[in-house]
Design a protein around this ligand. Structure first.
Ligand SMILES: Cc1cc2nc3c(=O)[nH]c(=O)nc-3n(C[C@H](O)[C@H](O)[C@H](O)COP(=O)(O)OP(=O)(O)OC[C@H]3O[C@@H](n4cnc5c(N)ncnc54)[C@H](O)[C@@H]3O)c2cc1C
Length: 373
């Protein structure tokens, strides 16, 4: 087995391998590069069921009032970090990730009695809209609903653009290297604390490893006989032609949503297929999603499906990700299990793991993200 020349340490630079090239891996790599580390990113390339690529790009939990406090903490922190990241990516790569604050309108939201107390506690604005106000906002919306709650602060972005911009941004750092595709065969920890990663082609010696492999995290951890309660949860989406339909914000009813895109298309999401990790698109999902879209805006019945796709979410207990050192492995870290909120929690999650690795004061309390077996 040859030893990769890149694995030779650059002076005293901390060499960290990040495994996984979804949004969590890319942002973790960026945070580590900004802390002067040498980073080798092991990935499998875009597509391949990656959740990040498939995501709707809503920068909020669907029902933020029901989210765990630890999810809310990473979401709030990330909401604060996103505008700066968006500017950085535009300036450095010329890519606009289409970060837009259009708001989110919930029709007949679950657990309504908690919404106002949550809004008061967390100082989030929620407007209860009457039927007429809703019609003014979205004239073609079906009027068969009881209550409407509008969250004006909710933003969205174009996930694919975020991924492409991040991949470009990383290439601008001299101590960054990407390895795609790579099949990891073995992970070993040396008595010195260094980690050896053996892939198909080479053996990498690094100081630390961060596993950010989303729904596939346990495949990596199984090489160390370790496991986290992360399960694959497939999700399918549709992109509809938006012709003739004006949609000014995200709309949700019965956990199915419509997202307006800057190019005029309308995203419809999403299915929840627990335990499934394939990326087949099905007619059944197309039927369910199209029906949900028509239920919200009847005029969409004649609009064509431009595209359908699937991604695999890293499902975790209560949607709380695992962020921190893997017990028993001083040089191995995990940043995975973001389930339905990986895009909206990504900047905070990446910064948190980088802060922990560098013994910096953490931006949020790290305790809730520790895995207690
Ligand atoms: C249909 C759908 C809609 C969604 N909508 C939203 C939304 O609106 N807002 C939101 O916040 N979240 C949303 N999510 C959830 C969000 O996409 C995920 O939580 C997030 O993308 C997880 O990111 P990740 O980097 O952990 O995982 P992934 O994006 O899945 O990335 C994991 C990466 O690890 C790589 N990998 C796996 N095995 C290996 C290996 N052996 N070696 C190297 N690399 C490996 C994979 O190739 C992949 O690139 C949605 C998800 C889906 C499926």
């Amino acid at each position: 087995m040859m030893v990769d020349s890149f694995s030779k340490p650059h002076a005293d630079r901390n060499h960290i391998a990040v495994i996984g090239d979804g949004v969590i891996g890319l942002l973790t790599a960026l945070e580590l590069l900004k802390r002067d580390c040498q980073v080798t990113l092991l990935g499998r390339g875009f597509g391949e069921g990656q959740a990040s690529w498939a995501s709707g790009g809503i920068l909020s939990p669907l029902c933020p009032w029901q989210a765990q406090p630890s999810v809310q903490a990473l979401w709030s922190w990330s909401s604060w970090l996103y505008p700066e990241l968006c500017d950085e990516l535009l300036t450095c790569t010329g890519t606009d990730i289409e970060l837009m604050q259009k708001g989110m309108l919930w029709l007949d939201a679950p657990d309504q009695e908690r919404i106002s107390s949550w809004a008061d506690e967390d100082q989030c604005r929620v407007e209860c809209l009457g039927r007429e106000q809703v019609s003014q906002r979205i004239p073609m919306l079906d009027t068969e609903f009881g209550q409407a709650h509008f969250l004006p602060a909710v933003s969205q972005l174009r996930a694919l653009r975020l991924m492409m911009a991040l991949a470009m941004r990383l290439q601008q750092f001299p101590y960054f290297q990407m390895k795609v595709p790579s099949q990891l065969r073995q992970i070993r920890e040396l008595p010195s604390g260094s980690m050896i990663l053996e892939t198909d082609a080479a053996s990498l010696s690094v100081d630390q490893v961060v596993v950010c492999a989303g729904a596939w995290t346990n495949r990596i951890l199984s090489l160390l006989n370790a496991e986290l309660p992360i399960i694959p949860v497939k999700g399918q989406m549709l992109l509809l032609d938006g012709d003739g339909v004006q949609l000014s914000c995200i709309v949700i009813k019965n956990n199915k949503y419509l997202i307006p895109r800057q190019d005029g298309g309308i995203l419809v999401g999403s299915t929840i297929e627990s335990g499934i990790d394939d990326v087949e698109v099905t007619e059944a999902a197309e039927t369910v999603l199209k029906a949900a879209a028509v239920d919200l805006i009847p005029a969409l019945a004649v609009n064509k499906v431009r595209h359908q796709w699937a991604g695999v979410r890293p499902g975790s207990a209560n949607g709380v990700p695992y962020i921190g050192r893997l017990a028993g492995y001083p040089s191995l870290w995990v940043n995975a299990g973001h389930y339905r909120n990986g895009i909206n929690m990504a900047p905070g999650s990446a910064r948190l793991v980088a802060q922990l690795i560098h013994c910096e004061p953490p931006g949020v309390d790290p305790q809730p993200y520790v895995w207690m077996a």
